[in-house]
Ligand binder design. Structure first.
Ligand SMILES: [Zn+2]
Ligand SMILES: [Zn+2]
Length: 343
């Protein structure tokens, strides 16, 4: 089969023939129709996540496709089923998996990181990781981005922030995840502030339900947040950037007792945090790492009901994945980039 293979860090992926996967007893093989592209894939390509990767490697963790082969122990999935992949492979037997936090499994491994991913014609995965979806008109390219770009902000806002109707939330960074965070926060009945450096990102946020727009490149974004909230700050900050330059004003954007959820991060430059302010204001800081499988299934249902609209803005063929990665790296792309196999 054809695949885009990372052979050396910081070098373009190579379009080449590799052996097709064959399923183990509890696995299925999926023909990939679409695979979302994440900024994490840029971090993988440049070697910033080399601790998790063995070269040569096939990236891609937002996979949608059709089942073409099933191992002998597979019971609940059959050839021809259409679906997406919950790419975090929990052991299903540690404390964290039993509590429904398989994203934190003590023995976690991931498709597209420790295992070959979806920048390929076929990919193998455990039967348990497959999440079928309904509707003949549902497009693979839109469903492909659910496992990370939609399920991660859903996990962050619904489970971790426990956002309540009438609360205020500041979404920092209206990219592939942020544009879905805006929709989910609005769906949950919150007042949504969206912050970004780019004017077109802010306009898109408005079209998808943001109530107030914060120009992060202006002189005083913190002042803007305070003026939109009557001087008190927001109940929840969803940090999708996670750099020192954003955290310097997003953390102080919290109301007393507010909670900041870290959805984006810079793997190289740690962010200094003023603990006295956290103490005095009883602010909470919580990390958010993708989602449980159950949450991904909930997101599938919400998209099937058209309560959340997946935002795919750029499409590339598999062999053009390097151009796609360059676009994601430049951070000029609004919404999500997707590789579509039959292009
Ligand atoms: Zn991702
Ligand atoms: Zn586990």
């Amino acid at each position: 089969m054809k695949a885009m293979v990372l052979r050396e860090y910081d070098r373009p992926l190579v379009y080449e023939d590799v052996p097709e996967p064959s399923p183990k007893r509890n696995e299925i093989v999926v023909k990939v129709h679409a695979c979302g592209m994440c900024f994490t894939d840029v971090k993988i390509q440049t070697g910033q996540l080399s601790g998790f990767i063995t070269l040569p490697h096939i990236p891609g963790h937002e996979i949608a496709g059709t089942v073409v082969e099933a191992g002998e122990d597979v019971k609940g999935v059959k050839v021809g089923d259409r679906g997406i992949c919950h790419f975090l492979l929990g052991c299903r037997n540690c404390d964290l998996c039993r509590r429904g936090s398989e994203n934190l499994c003590l023995g976690l491994s991931r498709i597209g990181f420790e295992h070959p991913g979806g920048y390929a014609e076929y990919v193998a995965m455990p039967e348990y990781s497959f999440c079928p979806f309904e509707g003949e008109e549902t497009s693979f390219e839109k469903m492909a981005i659910l496992p990370d770009a939609v399920a991660t902000p859903y996990h962050a806002l619904n489970r971790l922030a426990a956002l309540k109707p009438g609360e205020t939330v500041l979404v920092v960074g209206v990219g592939g995840l942020g544009i879905h965070a805006v929709q989910i926060a609005a769906l949950m009945g919150a007042t949504v502030l969206a912050a970004d450096l780019k004017k077109d990102a802010l306009e898109t946020a408005k079209a998808y339900g943001a109530d107030h727009l914060v120009d992060a490149g202006s002189g005083d974004p913190l002042g803007a947040v305070r003026s939109f909230t009557g001087g008190t700050g927001v109940d929840v900050v969803l940090e999708g950037v996670g750099k020192a330059s954003t955290m310097a004003w997003t953390l102080p954007s919290l109301k007393k007792g507010g909670r900041l959820i870290v959805m984006g991060y810079d793997p190289v430059n740690p962010v200094p945090v003023n603990l006295m302010n956290i103490h005095n204001n009883e602010w909470s800081i919580q990390g958010a790492k993708v989602s449980s499988k159950q949450e991904l299934v909930e997101v599938v249902r919400l998209v099937e009901k058209k309560k959340i609209r997946p935002v795919v803005s750029v499409r590339f063929g598999l062999k053009d994945a390097n151009d796609a990665l360059n676009g994601v790296r430049s951070q000029k792309v609004m919404g999500r980039t997707v590789l579509v196999m039959d292009r």
